[in-house]
Design a protein around this ligand. Structure first.
Ligand SMILES: Cc1ncc(COP(=O)(O)O)c(C=O)c1O
Length: 373
């Protein structure tokens, strides 16, 4: 992979102050999630007059924004999340980054931000991973990549900004739900909604997450790990969790998940639906009501539930709690299909099995293992 695409190039200007190797290795030994950041960012600037320009991989440092920058007032912002995985031979691969690039374009259009050419998106991510290859941890940890575009124009008024900045920051990360291998409990939010038809639910924009925080606080207050959002119109149909898609396994061998529309088109969701037949499961996208979820868990017609996401991978859901009461899924322990799909997906991502679908995209390190001493 090159670091140039359709006129947007990402040359690397190394930071003069890289983190000393000893300090970096200590951070990589136990990175947690979302707290440690690598030495560089990829970046590009956009203005209505010049289009995309001033792109490159540079030192990661605080941004300077005017107090009137549009993103600070009107939340004109989009982002993505994907990971770089250390492979057994020391090389590094991304997982289906073209899907993130396409979703980023979709989000940009919905938020009236300038779309970055999709090849440039993938090139920016790969160029950053090459620059910070030493920050890619050993499995089971990985390098979480966060591309985003913010409206930077200093202007108080509600219209699409005429200046924006694209950045990718990288964060070595361990499991999102560390210590929760026994499975998650979700709070069914039957009052607060995340998305409505015609809204931004299928875009990945910061505003969606801000709108979900109050529901997440309610979930925490009920000792739950995350929220399960329902549709905004009837508060009856399953949508998704705060940062994950939700899938059910039925006793008759279906893998059922709510249809796209007001939910995020998750890369992991898609991948798991494509892997389902290898696991003897028929993928089905259809509406599922809370009543069906509750009765199916009670009568055994729903045997497993799990959530998917780049950060969460595949996380078993073993119980639900709601204002109307609590119920368990199956025996209240992670199910066999959930665990097998999880192993399958992680094996593909970390290069432990062949990749006939071509989901792994190598970032092309000059010398694969030279950075991991
Ligand atoms: C709201 C929401 N749903 C679903 C997902 C899962 O998407 P993916 O599998 O692409 O990470 C995410 C995470 O990005 C998310 O934030």
């Amino acid at each position: 992979m090159t670091s140039s695409a359709v006129g947007v190039e990402f040359p690397h200007r190394p930071t003069p102050h890289p983190t000393p190797a000893g300090q970096r290795d200590a951070l990589l030994a136990d990175p947690g999630f979302g707290r440690v950041f690598s030495d560089h960012v990829a970046t590009a600037t956009w203005s209505a007059g010049r289009g995309w320009h001033d792109a490159g991989v540079r030192a990661s440092e605080p941004l300077s924004l005017h107090p009137a920058a549009a993103v600070l007032h009107y939340a004109q912002e989009i982002f993505e999340g994907l990971k770089a995985y250390r492979q057994p031979d020391g090389s590094v691969a991304l997982f289906r980054p073209a899907l993130n690039a396409a979703r980023f374009t979709h989000s940009a259009r919905r938020l009236a931000l300038p779309p970055l050419p999709e090849e440039a998106f993938v090139d920016a991510v790969a160029a950053l991973v090459r620059a910070d290859a030493a920050w890619v941890p050993e499995p089971p940890a990985s390098l979480y990549l966060r591309p985003f575009t913010v409206a930077t124009e200093a202007f108080l008024g509600v219209r699409p900004a005429e200046e924006a900045r694209f950045l990718v920051t990288a964060s070595p990360a361990g499991p999102l739900f560390a210590g929760r291998d026994a499975g998650l409990t979700l709070w069914i939010s039957d009052e607060l909604s995340r998305a409505a038809p015609g809204g931004t639910g299928d875009a990945k924009c910061g505003g969606n997450y801000a709108a979900g925080l109050a529901a997440q606080a309610v979930a925490r207050a009920h000792d739950c790990d995350q929220v399960l959002f329902l549709d905004a119109r009837e508060h009856r149909w399953l949508e998704e969790s705060g940062t994950m898609n939700v899938l059910l396994v039925t006793a008759d061998g279906e893998l059922v998940t709510p249809p796209l529309g007001t939910i995020l088109d998750g890369v992991t969701r898609r991948s798991v639906l494509e892997l389902a037949p290898d696991h003897g499961l028929t993928p089905v996208e259809r509406a599922v009501s809370v009543d069906e979820l509750r009765s199916g868990c009670a009568d055994g017609s729903i045997t497993e539930v799990f959530a998917t996401g780049t950060a969460a991978v595949i996380s078993p859901i073993v119980a639900f709690r709601a204002a109307s009461g609590e119920f368990a899924v199956g025996a209240g322990t992670p199910g066999p299909h959930t665990l097998a799909l999880r192993t399958d997906l992680l094996d593909i991502q970390f290069g432990r099995v062949p990749d006939p679908r071509g989901w792994r995209v190598p970032v092309g390190l000059d010398s694969p293992s030279s950075d991991i001493t």
